[in-house]
Write a protein that binds this ligand. Structure first.
Ligand code: MN3
Length: 199
């Protein structure tokens, strides 16, 4: 399967003031495009040609670092664009809201723990809401790594590589993580992945 860059599901300026047009132009058009281009080059001639993206990511982990880094980042960013929406961060659909309260006690505690995971990820990486063994847990990973390679199903992830926030927030990663969970998350898409993960 050839990796392809999906179009952004909203206009480049649609997430302002929380994520700028300039950030999305660089992040989507340059950074994500590079993962797609490099991933396709590294895929050629390997046993993974013709496999699903998930199979490439989990199969190359620990075996082919270049292919893993680029294919995992492609997977992460394909979802990342859909994990955000204009006027995001509002009401969480009922079944997911209940599951989050069951897992974390309160929604505020879930948000606090999610932000903390992003703030404490040392260097580049991601922080996640993941369905693992039927429960929702918060994790963080370095570089392109994601919960798929640890047997989890990621339902929400935020990119804390500096390219995701430095234009808008400079060094203020905590403010970026807070803005993401409060104002950008597309909870309908998270709920869709949650329903698929618990089937
Ligand atoms: Mn990125």
């Amino acid at each position: 399967m050839e990796l392809t860059l999906p179009a952004l599901p909203y206009a480049y300026d649609a997430l302002q003031p929380y994520m700028s047009k300039e950030t999305l132009e660089y992040h989507h058009d340059k950074h994500h495009q590079a993962y797609v281009t490099n991933g396709n080059n590294l895929l050629k001639g390997t046993e993974f040609e013709g496999k699903s993206l998930e199979a490439i990511v989990t199969g190359s982990f620990g075996k082919n670092a270049g292919l893993f880094n680029n294919s995992a980042q492609h997977f992460n960013h394909m979802h990342f664009w859909k994990w955000m929406k204009p006027n995001g961060g509002g009401k969480i659909p009922g079944a997911l809201e209940k599951a989050l309260i069951d897992s974390f006690g309160t929604l505020d505690k879930m948000k606090e723990d999610f932000i903390q995971a992003g703030v404490t990820q040392f260097g580049s990486g991601w922080h996640w809401l993941t369905v693992q063994n039927g429960k929702i847990v918060i994790t963080k990973t370095a570089n392109g790594e994601n919960p798929l390679v640890h047997g989890g199903k990621p339902i929400l992830g935020n990119d804390v590589w500096e390219h995701s926030y430095y234009i808008d927030y400079r060094n203020r990663r905590p403010d970026y993580c807070k803005a993401f969970i409060e104002h950008l998350v597309n909870w309908e898409y998270v709920a869709e992945l949650y329903e698929a993960a618990i089937k």
